[in-house]
Every structure is written in C-alpha cells, then in structure tokens.
Design a protein around this ligand. Structure first.
Ligand code: WTA
Length: 669
C-alpha cells in the first residue's frame, strides 16, 4: 500500500533564500590538498551516467580496483526488484576481513588501522594493521574453538572499543555473520535480537565507559539471557574494559583475555561468495518487530569502500573520524568496513561530544590531525548552542571534508558547521542513506559539487532517485514538488533480505511501488536536480538520528498495567530533530496518579532503551478514532506540531469532541 505524505517535518526545511556554495578553492589547489578523485561536474556527470546506464561495466571495474578477489566474478549484476533476487558479483569469492585487514597488514604492517580515543582524553590506543591482523586472527580461532562455523550468527553487545571491531572482523574472517546490537538497547530488546538470529555466542564487555560513567554492559546481557528457554546462547565472551567485578556464569561465560591467550594468531580466512551474508543489523520499520536487515559480502564492502573514497575523498595517510556508534549502520560502514577496506586510519571515539567539555570533538580533530570528520545534525546543533568559544584556539586545519548523517540538517546548523568547523575551507557533505541502502546514496562529492545548506544534493554512482506521487505511484517531474523517494534500479550495497523473512523484505521495500526500491522518506527535487529530503513519511520517528518505530514504543507502553491504549507520534524538536510524544488512555479502573508519567517513561526505557524515552506523555480520556475504531495519528501529529488549526475534516471521527481537550492538554502552558 502506498503511504501518504502526511509528514510533520515537511515544512521544516523551508529555506528563505538558497545560497549555492562553490567548492572551496583550497580543495582544488594541489599545493594544499591532494587532488580530489572527482574534480569537476563534467567528470561527475560522465561517471554517474556510466554508472546507471552501464552499471555492469562501471561497478565491474570499481570492484576490481577497490577489492581483492579470491575468485573473479563472472556476472556483475543479476536479478530485479520484482523477482526479489538482486545479486552482485555472482560467482566471485572474497573475504571482507581480508580486504579490510590482511592486504594492508602485508603491505604496510606498521600503518595505523585504529586510533581509539577512549572516554578520558588521555586514554589513546593506536593499533597497527599488523597488530589488527593478529588480534582478529586470534579472535577468529577463539570463535572457531567455541564451535562457530561459516553461516552462523554471532551477537555483539559492546561499547566503543577496538575489540568491537576485532570481534566483527573475526566473524567476517571465519564466515560467520555478526549481529551488532547497539549497547544502548535494554535487556528485553537485546534478547529479542539475540533470539531472532539464533546466536550461540554473544560477545560483550564487563562494562562500558561513557562520559565518565560506567555502563553495566554484562549485567544487561545477563538479564537478557536469564530466561534460558528463550534463546540458544551457549557462550558469552567478556572483554575486561573497566575491571569492575561482574558475575561470570560457569561453563557459559569466558574471559576474552584468557581465550585470546590460548589462541594462535594465524587463522586462515574463509573464501566467501560475494552474495554470502556479511552481517545482520536490526532496524525499526513502521510495523511489527525490528527487522534483521541482511547485507552481503561483495556488494556491501564495495559500497562502503567506494563511498569513503569518493564522498569523503580519502587519500593514503588520511585519518578518518566517524563519531557514530558501531551499533548503528553508520558505525558499520564508516568506522569499520569503509575506511579499513581502503587501508586508512579510522578513529573510534568512546566518549560524548561534551565530555569532559564541549571542545572534545575539536580537540580530537586537532590531536589526531583528522582529515575527514563525520557526525550527526543533533550533535552539531547541541554544540552550536553551547557557543563558539569551545572552538577557540584549536587548529582544525587538517580537515578537508566534514559530513553530516542521520536526519535532515537544518540550514542554520549546516552554516554553523561550515563556518565554524570547516572555516569555509572544507567540503560539507550532507549524506543521505539508510541501514537498508548499506552506504550513502545521495551526497555531494568534495571536489566538484556546489552545495546548498539543507540539501543532500545529487545521487552517488549507481543511484537513480525518483520522486513518486504517494497515492498513485506516478513519477513526479514537477520541480520542488514533494513526493516519496524511490530508487529505480539496484545498486551493489543494498540490503538483500530481512533475516528469515524474505517476503517481509519485499513487502516493505519493493512491493509498495513495483519496479522501485521504496525508501519511506519524503523528498523533492529542485530546478538544479538537487534532492531535498523531507523526513519519514511512515511511522518511523528519527530522534537524534536514532531510528525508532512508533508501533514499538506503543507496544512498550501497553505493557504498563494502567494503560489501555497508546498512540505515539513525532513532534518537531529544535535540538533532536524529532521528539516522541505518547498519547495514552488508561484502563477504566485506573486513575492518573503522581508519578504515572515517570513510570510510563521508565517502562519504555526498560523495554527498548533510554534513547527511546518519550519527551512528553499525554494522558487522554480517549484518542481521536475513526468510526471503525482506528486511532487517527495524523490528527495527533498535527496537534503536537502546532497545526491544530489545520486538522481538516474531523466530522468523520467517532467522537470529534475529544479533540479540544487533547489540544488544550498538549498546549497548556
Ligand atoms: C534519515 C542512518 C535527511 C532518513 C544512515 C532515513 C536522513 C533514515 C539523512 C535512515 C540525511 C539519514 N538527510 N535524512 N542526510 N540521513 N536520514 O537506517 O529518514 O538509521 O530514512 O540510517 O535516517 O536511518 P538509519
């Protein structure tokens, strides 16, 4: 079913006057910067045209250039959205870990692969490619000794430490799929994900460290696994991060360091088919339980490497710093696989942007001479609010490219980032993509694309974006007209399936508009062909770049014994992009009590995780409903976004009289 463009964020990005920023001349001056991989719009257009008109030629060449193959592929691309059988590099064999580690360890063993900037600024670890190969090989052997084999799934619930990357790469090495679960998820959410993928092994740490505080990682794993019949976990590997005492369950729990000591540091890698899965990553959709999005080996790592090469314009010796968490797709592609496959240095940041003070990001850039810096609009807005003084006297001149990801960036934040961090001398890349797309699909290229604050600009190679009229599916050709964003043909790094549920994959992405991949985002295209992303048009809310499904939060609220019904909508928020508003009605025998709101918030934190906390809980007598009893969330969305005067015809509601009381409740001072 096509979705509607009902969308609270649609008007968010109205730009009064749109200025086009040319490429900073410094980036094109070979005395100051390496020559960009693409340095003219003519070159971009020629490459893009070839990539969509002759994808087999374009991506065949790119895959040979950027990746090392154990067996060359015979067919570059095959299949279609309609048949649900998209495949790339068919017949080819390769290993993602070999591409990210071994080949660089053989040629440049002393080059730094990972700089770990620990929670305390003084806590810095540098890991060379040579060392990374030994550690990854050891971990591969540990996993094998626990019975993990090619095709098995391994769950990883870890803080932002190098061992997380080592664990991921070790899985890739032996042909197991990792399923990294963001360490902000609660025990219940972790259990759902561990159980769904059938993992026999979970890798975790005693605790995490963030912003000066210890986080009880292992305790959450213990809670998650306490119901033994609910999962198949046989072993938990525990890395000692803080050294705090944690209970270890005999026969189940193993210390990382003791197992590593026993293991040999040579471990042959598995030759994987290009289409063998590399990892699962659970993500929220508009309905139902989170989906285990499946990414494959060849296409995914090609997308990761190609986008780091062209969109971040990475050159040998660069120090690439992505501030995302490894638990989300941005961390997979832009901390782990992208930079390492290209053999550059990746920075792994354990702390927060404001610890010990709001100059932390900028200190990190100066200290490690970061060349590419990648973060989210929420962080940019938060730091902008704290004032420019935190940037004073810090040398950011190593930077060439600064990126933004995860949510629409408002022009004020874009301008601040450009002027204060980039000093007008860097390319600002507003990169649009999704867990399912595997790598960035719409973005400027640093050496050629003129930018406009708030637009992700133009498609990456292989991507043909199309705007569709939501209800008919007709192609929208009119300039600046908002519709839903779809992609016309397959590209190498797109997800191939939902774990154990291929029909759900097709229903969600390729069936809504036959012949297209459906993104779930609203967008328009301006007179220059620039894409403006307008935010989700389905029931996904994006809070601080974290993707949440309204139905999951609703289901969590219902668990509270007082709740009869719940409806969750996203409201525009100046800091976090969107904020969660929950409308809750109570069971007839339940009263509003002091502390009920807090209890409801705690219920959501317990079932999903702290990052899903509703900002506001509105306890209502009754929801606005259709006569057949369906809650009309559209009306609630308008009310929380201050559009209560534009509710349209409410006479078809079962009881229109509920609306005034809801409006006054939401907008009471
Ligand atoms: C949103 C994160 C506007 C969008 C990589 C998408 C963006 C969802 C941008 C995917 C951007 C991501 N401009 N919106 N540059 N980047 N989004 O799966 O709504 O966590 O559908 O992947 O984030 O979130 P996900």
């Amino acid at each position: 079913m096509p979705h509607s463009t009902e969308n609270p964020t649609e008007e968010q990005i109205q730009v009064p006057e749109i200025i086009t920023h040319p490429v900073p001349s410094r980036l094109l001056d070979s005395k100051q910067c390496p020559t960009p991989h693409v340095n003219s719009m003519e070159q971009y257009r020629a490459m893009w045209t070839e990539s969509v008109e002759e994808p087999n030629k374009f991506f065949g060449n790119l895959a040979r250039e950027l990746l090392s193959w154990d067996k060359p592929f015979e067919t570059v691309s095959h299949g279609s959205f309609e048949n649900g059988d998209v495949a790339w590099f068919v017949g080819g064999e390769l290993n993602a870990c070999y591409n990210a580690v071994d080949r660089h360890a053989y040629t440049n063993p002393d080059n730094i692969a990972i700089i770990h900037e620990g929670d305390e600024p003084s806590d810095v670890r540098r890991i060379s490619y040579g060392e990374l190969l030994r550690e990854v090989s050891r971990m591969g052997n540990v996993l094998k000794s626990l019975g993990v084999r090619k095709g098995d799934n391994v769950a990883i619930y870890m803080p932002m430490i190098p061992e997380t990357l080592i664990a991921m790469l070790a899985c890739a090495r032996i042909g197991a799929c990792h399923s990294v679960v963001f360490a902000g998820f609660s025990a219940d959410s972790l259990l759902d994900r561990v159980a769904d993928c059938g993992a026999h092994v979970v890798i975790t740490s005693d605790e995490g460290r963030r912003g000066g505080k210890n986080i009880a990682t292992k305790r959450i794993v213990d809670d998650a696994l306490s119901k033994e019949s609910a999962h198949q976990v046989e072993h938990v590997i525990v890395y000692k991060r803080t050294g705090s005492e944690v209970p270890m369950m005999e026969n189940r729990d193993l210390w990382w360091h003791s197992e590593m000591e026993k293991a040999r540091s040579v471990c042959p890698y598995e030759r994987m088919s290009a289409e063998d899965p590399l990892f699962l990553l659970y993500t929220s959709g508009s309905t139902g339980a989170p989906k285990g999005v499946v990414h494959t080996t060849g296409g995914y790592i090609l997308g990761a490497a190609a986008t780091v090469k062209y969109i971040f314009d990475v050159h040998p010796g660069d120090v690439y710093a992505c501030m995302a968490d490894v638990g989300w797709v941005t961390g997979h592609t832009y901390i782990t696989y992208g930079p390492l496959t290209l053999g550059v240095t990746t920075v792994l940041f354990e702390s927060t942007p404001t610890y010990p003070d709001p100059s932390r990001f900028w200190q990190l850039i100066e200290k490690h001479k970061v060349t590419q810096f990648y973060t989210a609009p929420t962080a940019i807005r938060a730091l902008q609010r704290l004032g420019d003084k935190w940037l004073d006297n810090i040398d950011l001149s190593s930077l060439r490219v600064i990126g933004s990801v995860g949510e629409p960036i408002n022009p004020e934040a874009w301008n601040w980032y450009n002027e204060n961090v980039g000093k007008g001398q860097c390319a600002v890349v507003d990169t649009y993509w999704q867990t399912e797309t595997g790598s960035i699909i719409i973005s400027p290229l640093p050496g050629c694309t003129p930018t406009k604050a708030g637009s992700a600009t133009l498609p990456f190679f292989g991507i043909k974006p199309i705007i569709l009229e939501p209800s008919t599916g007709n192609v929208v050709t009119a300039v600046d007209e908002t519709g839903v964003l779809a992609i016309k043909q397959s590209w190498p790094s797109m997800a191939r399936s939902v774990y154990n549920n291929h029909s759900r994959f097709l229903d969600t992405y390729t069936k809504p508009y036959p012949g297209y991949y459906y993104t779930g985002d609203g967008a328009s295209v301006d007179k220059d062909g620039y894409v403006w992303i307008r935010g989700r048009v389905d029931d996904v809310i994006n809070v601080s770049g974290h993707r949440l499904s309204t139905s999951e939060i609703e289901a969590a609220l219902i668990v509270h014994e007082a709740v009869s019904e719940s409806a969750v909508v996203g409201a525009h928020d100046d800091l976090t992009g969107q904020a969660i508003h929950a409308f809750v009605s109570l069971k007839s025998h339940c009263q509003v009590s002091d502390g009920l709101e807090r209890e409801l918030i705690l219920t959501v934190r317990k079932i999903i995780g702290p990052f899903a906390s509703p900002k506001r809980i509105h306890i209502v007598r009754e929801h606005p409903k259709t006569r057949s009893g369906k809650i009309v969330r559209r009306i609630l969305r308008k009310i929380v976004n201050g559009e209560q005067n534009q509710l349209g015809d409410t006479s078809t509601l079962a009881d229109p009289s509920v609306i005034p009381s809801i409006v006054s409740q939401v907008h009471k001072k």
